[in-house]
Structure formats: structure tokens, C-alpha cells
Design a protein around this ligand. Sequence first.
Ligand code: C5J
Length: 223
Amino acid sequence: MPSLEIHAEPEAISIKLAKTAVVMIDMQRDFLEPGGFGESLGNDVSLLAAAIGPCKALLDAVRQQGMLVIHTREGHLPDMSDAHKAKVERGDPSVRIGQMGPMGRILIRGEPGQDIIPELYPQAGEPVIDKPGKGAFYATEFESILQANGIEDLIVCGVTTEVCVHTTIREANDRGYRCIVPGDCCGSYIPEFHEMGLRMIKAQGGIFGWVTDSQRILAAMGG
Ligand code: C5J
């Protein structure tokens, strides 16, 4: 597999496709569709829809290149033994994690709402990491999958920019992975947090990583 030079901020970055994984963070119905966890927290979930098209275009391209694609889903075991009281007891008490909503129990593994949206559904063989926290590394097999595949760099997409995407990037950065973030493949319920989240990643010489967009990655792949 070849190397790619991707135009990005604060500077261009060269990656080896065989050593780079594309990580789709929490593109779940619970965050992107009405009636799920995102809406239960008072958010307008339609604000995340803009990221779906760019994520789909990127997925199509990286799958053609044979790159490793990993999906994550935030959620808890049906008995909620992995859900901290401090996390559950927030927001409107009638629509909290574990309670019944239009897409099943909110943010519970195996429920329709906790699954990934059809547009970006994982293909056979692509790992799906169920995570109880915001970051992909906490209490999951994520890092062992990266290590087993010789991964050094991550292209991180998903929602929401300032919560699960940021937490995962910060965890990855501290573990020595270089993170490249196509901003149009991420989204937030709070647009200024999305903008600021991207600025925080690339500031100070790229303190958490590199920011680019799907078009620049596709162009680097010759698309
Ligand atoms: C949130 C996430 N926002 N996937 N989760 O609670 O960002």
C-alpha cells in the first residue's frame, strides 16, 4: 500500500496507508436521529447530518484502498453495570440512559438506537468497538486492535467533535498515534464548539493533531 501526502493544518502530513486506520466515532442513531440520546439532552440532532455525506465518500475511498476501518459505538450493557451513576444521573430524569425511547432503551447495547446509521453501516470484517465512555481507548479492545494491525496513524471522523472525537484524539495523542481529522466528517450540536474543537487540535503546531477535510484526503488518493 502506498504513502499519501495530505494537505492539512498546521502542515501537510505524510501517512502510510497500511499503517493508518480510519476511525468512525459514534455515527449512531442515538446521536443522529430524533428520539435518541442526543435529543434527550436537548440537542437539535439535524445539525449532525452534514457529516454523513463526507464520511460516506471517505469510507468508499478508503475501503477501495483496503485500509483498516474501525467503528465505535457509545453504549452500555443492558444491566448497566458499566454505566457510572455520575454519567447516568444527568439531564431530564424521564429520558436518561437505560430508559425506553422510540428507538429502544437509550444508549443500551443491542437496542436499535445504539446501532450505527444505515448510511455508514460497517462492512463485514470491520471492527466495531462498543465503548462505555467518551474515548475509544477507555475499557475497550481498541488499542489492542491498533497494535495487532501495526497502526501508527489515525484518520478520525464522527460525532461529536468536542466530546467523543476530541476525547479519542487526546487519548490517542498521549499514546503516540498521529491523528488526522477531516473537519467536514465531524459534527457537533453546538457549531461554535465544532469550530473551536478543530482549532484546538491544530493550534500550537498541531498539539493534538492535523486538521484537513475529506476533499483533500480524496485528492491525495487521486480521486
Ligand atoms: C456525546 C459523543 N456527545 N459521541 N457522545 O455524549 O460525542
